[in-house]
Write a protein that binds this ligand. Structure first.
Ligand SMILES: CC(=O)SCCNC(=O)CCNC(=O)[C@H](O)C(C)(C)COP(=O)(O)OP(=O)(O)OC[C@H]1O[C@@H](n2cnc3c(N)ncnc32)[C@H](O)[C@@H]1OP(=O)(O)O
Ligand SMILES: O=C([O-])CC(=O)C(=O)O
Length: 382
């Protein structure tokens, strides 16, 4: 047993995985051997889900029944919709509403009494969760806007259907493709904090609903998935400030403020997903508002070139460009992190299944630094 302390478990190897691999110095990400660039360019989110869950890219004959099964599971129970309505009326945050929704889905799970070791049943449950998340989330947003939920549209894939359920209008091809790509880019990323949380829960052989609910909780924090919302809030703060965006960042860094969307535990260079999202942001800016793209690229240039952050290994991560992409697609800012969850759920499920196939309870230890041999004093004498 080693007594080396690895704060934040940095660099600690705890499992073997065939799912995704990150080269933090080269800025390279692969899912099961396929580069993120190829997948983003050529696959759909459904194909990526299939790849993560089944080990290979689907043929057309394999994809069709897989997509149909996801389509069939999109509806959520009326009780869930009612809860979304109540939570929207109470002013709940969408990420918290999503956490509640997923926890609640289990009450309506048809295979609820399946053996926890039946991993095929776990995968089917995971598929149901993945199919239902967009429906619950879009319904929450509709209620928040004072509108009724929009029923899922079985002619549309998962990404386009979510945008449709959000607005009641079919998205154009650019919006649907951009959003589908964003889902692909966020689907998996090694043992990040939320995936590891799901794995820890899964390692107790708890059910997949618990594991996904835990993943959502871990993802919500500003050091992890919550950063995409923070990036957009910073861009708006800059827009509304009297300073120009360069001066604003100069002042913020002088005050020691961390810039959301910069820095990563694994990447020492620009995240490859940020490169792809930057291209999408640029394309959207060409036909819409270009100031958000301008702000992000100038900030990146200033921080990396003039402030030398890149020499310290701090570069844009996936969240830096996703915020402005979603903003340009007209998505409300506090939906960005739930959208991350809508995608990352694929990775959480894949990792839990992979780990449970050769399960060992995850249980590290802490070095005890508290006192020894305290003399106990009864309450009335303290
Ligand atoms: C999907 C994702 O989860 S991607 C990450 C999303 N999160 C963010 O974008 C939030 C902003 N970024 C951060 O807080 C961090 O970079 C993290 C949490 C992502 C990674 O953190 P760690 O690997 O633990 O690095 P740590 O927090 O120790 O920082 C190392 C150094 O970089 C600096 N640094 C890290 N991120 C930033 C940043 N965004 N802006 C300015 N400086 C930063 C720290 O101040 C520290 O400097 P120091 O050594 O001089 O004190
Ligand atoms: O890998 C990490 O630490 C953070 C994460 O989830 C990602 O970048 O997608």
């Amino acid at each position: 047993m080693s007594d080396d302390l690895k704060k934040g478990l940095e660099g600690v190897l705890v499992a073997e995985s065939e799912l995704s691999s990150i080269d933090g110095d080269a800025g390279r990400l692969i899912y099961r051997g396929y580069t993120i660039e190829d997948l983003a360019r050529g696959a759909s989110y459904e194909e990526v889900l299939y790849l993560l869950w089944n080990g290979h890219l689907p043929s057309e004959d394999e994809l069709e029944p897989f997509t149909d099964a996801l389509l069939e599971e999109r509806e959520v129970d009326d009780d869930v919709l009612e809860t979304m309505e109540r939570l929207a009326a109470a002013g709940e945050r969408p990420m918290a509403a999503l956490r509640t929704a997923v926890s609640m889905f289990s009450a309506y799970e048809p295979e609820d009494d399946a053996d926890p070791e039946d991993l095929d049943a776990t995968l089917r449950k995971g598929r149901r969760i993945t199919a239902k998340i967009p429906t619950a989330l879009a319904a929450f947003e509709r209620y928040r806007q004072g509108e009724e939920p929009v029923d899922p549209n079985s002619d549309l894939g998962l990404a386009a259907n979510f945008l449709y359920m959000l607005t009641g209008e079919e998205p154009d091809d650019v919006a649907a493709e951009t959003f589908d790509q964003a889902l692909i880019l966020h689907a998996d990323h090694g043992l990040n904090a939320s995936t590891f949380t799901s794995m820890v829960i899964g390692s107790t052989m708890a059910d997949i609903y618990s594991a996904v609910t835990g993943g959502i909780s871990a993802l919500s924090g500003p050091l992890h998935g919550g950063a995409n919302q923070d990036v957009m809030e910073v861009l708006i703060e800059i827009d509304e400030s009297d300073l120009d965006h360069r001066e604003w960042v100069e002042q913020a860094t002088a005050e020691g403020r961390r810039i959301p969307g910069f820095g990563h535990r694994v990447y020492n260079v620009k995240d490859p997903r940020a490169r792809i999202l930057q291209e999408r942001s640029k394309e959207l800016a060409e036909t819409g508002e270009d100031k958000w793209y301008d702000y992000t690229t100038t900030i990146e240039q200033f921080l990396t070139e003039e402030k030398g952050l890149v020499e310290k290994g701090i570069a844009p991560n996936v969240d830096f460009y996703s915020g402005s992409v979603y903003y340009q697609l007209g998505i409300p800012i506090d939906m960005y992190t739930p959208i991350f969850a809508m995608s990352r759920v694929g990775g959480w499920i894949a990792h839990v299944l992979e780990y449970q196939a050769e399960n060992r309870l995850i249980r590290p230890r802490a070095r005890y630094t508290g006192p020894q041999d305290q003399a106990f004093v009864p309450l009335e004498e303290r």
